[in-house]
Write a protein that binds this ligand. Structure first.
Ligand code: ASP
Length: 438
């Protein structure tokens, strides 16, 4: 046992997670009847992550806000900048999805059943409902039901109130900045279990995924993953290079754990602890930025889901023999961006919101049922793209934001001396900022 622990801990976490992913795929193919029982490992990991998410978000957002030295302005810049970037990347994402799906042919072996059970579909919420649902009416209920966006909104309000309360807020500010160090330690312990969770989730998914459905919709899967790749490498790649001040390779290498965990869990909310830690340790994003930008991004910034909506709408229009006009494309972009904002960062949420886009262009909502068989694999890919987008925005905001570093109490925000950041990246940032400030 000790030997195993010694060998195990000799390898970096990202390598262990990727090894677990590969082993999980092999187990799912070779021993499917046994692999389905490994699901318990994945379920346990997800439970522990869920246990962590709300306190983590609550504490990091408040400790982030109270650590900002100036009043309001810096928080406004972080929030405003993030939302502008979320909207921009989502716009590009759905456009990429539409473009790739229109250019690349998607053969399919689908026949449209006449008696599809549309009862199985939930009605997607209206835009006004989405807006109202941002605000909690009962914070205890929001917390117990795991409504992340409402907890974020409450934490921002409370953090601002503490910040603006002068000396009355001092002790509670300290409580939250200390709490931040403690919750980060707990996060570190749970993330160590990621390889086991990834192994369990992947082996189960591979063992239970129907090969016939995968083959029948191979065209759709191929085009969706091609569009995910184009958005990730071109749009996100260019953004992080030019606006984030980080070489593209370093960016992706820095968040590889988050990419694999999001792929296996199909949940961007469930990946928050890992992605927050990755951007902090490897991309030099301080906690006071990642604490706000990452949870917000995991609930409203869905680049992968936008790509998915673009691809699936074109695909289903083809299946139903509907020709999309230029105004349909504009409608798809607008509704797709709004629908992606309303998509929760949990498995399967995007496929329900796809119904909104289909309705907007007059396609049958039941079309969703045609792709449901391959939904999980599409979801895994799009969730990784969602998380990559969140990490990119947090890096960009942090890079721009650090030009205003005098306004931020970095020590209080980062909370502890035992939180390493990548020294090479720090040095690169320092030089870039010196050049920028010169
Ligand atoms: N599973 C995605 C996520 O967690 C949301 C979606 O279904 O599109 O980011």
């Amino acid at each position: 046992m000790t030997t195993f622990v010694n060998i195990w801990s000799r390898y970096p976490l990202w390598l262990r997670i990727i090894a677990a992913l590969i082993l999980g795929i092999v187990a799912g193919i070779v021993i499917p009847s046994i692999a389905i029982h490994f699901k318990i490992l994945g379920d346990l990991f997800i439970r522990l992550i869920r246990m962590l998410i709300l306190p983590l978000i609550f504490i990091t957002i408040i400790s982030g806000i109270v650590s900002i030295k100036s009043d309001g302005g810096v928080l406004g810049k972080i929030l405003g900048g993030s939302v502008a970037l979320y909207l921009t990347t989502s716009f590009f994402a759905i456009s990429v999805g539409l473009l790739v799906a229109t250019i690349v042919p998607m053969p399919n072996s689908l026949s449209i059943p006449s008696n599809m059970d549309s009862e199985a579909l939930r009605v997607p919420p209206s835009p006004s409902e989405v807006f109202l649902n941002l605000f909690p009416s009962n914070i205890a209920e929001s917390m117990s039901s795991g409504n992340i966006i409402q907890v974020i909104v409450f934490a921002i309000f409370l953090g601002m109130a503490i910040k603006l309360s002068g000396s009355h807020g001092t002790r509670i500010s300290k409580l939250f900045t200390d709490g931040n160090v403690i919750i980060m330690r707990l996060t570190g312990w749970i993330i160590e279990l990621a390889p086991f969770g990834v192994f369990g989730l992947i082996s189960y998914t591979v063992a239970t995924q129907g090969a016939a459905e995968l083959l029948g919709l191979a065209g759709l899967i191929g085009v969706a993953f091609l569009a995910y790749a184009v958005h990730t490498l071109v749009v996100i790649g260019l953004l992080v290079h030019f606006a984030g001040g980080v070489p593209v390779y370093n960016f992706f290498a820095g968040i590889r754990e988050a990419i694999v965990v999001s792929f296996s869990t199909a949940s961007s909310s469930g990946t928050i602890p890992v992605s927050m830690r990755n951007v902090r340790d490897n991309l030099n994003v301080p906690n006071h930025v990642s604490g706000i930008v990452m949870p917000l991004g995991a609930t409203v910034n869905m680049d992968g889901t936008s790509v998915f909506m673009g691809v699936c709408t074109v695909f289903l229009a083809g299946v139903y023999g509907v020709d999309l006009s230029m105004s349909d494309y504009v409608l798809i972009v607008v509704t797709g961006v709004l629908a992606s904002i309303g998509t929760a960062g949990v498995p399967g949420a995007g496929v329900i919101m796809l119904g909104t886009v289909l309705t907007a262009v007059g396609l049958p909502v039941e079309g969703v049922l045609l792709i449901i068989g391959v939904e999980r694999i599409l979801d895994m890919g799009r969730t990784s793209v969602n998380v990559i987008g969140d990490c990119a925005v947090s890096r960009i905001i942090s890079y721009k934001f650090r030009t205003f570093a005098s306004e931020v109490d970095i020590d209080a925000a980062d909370g502890s001396e035992d939180m390493p950041v990548n020294p090479v990246q720090v040095e690169r940032d320092r030089r870039a900022l010196q050049r920028g400030n010169a």
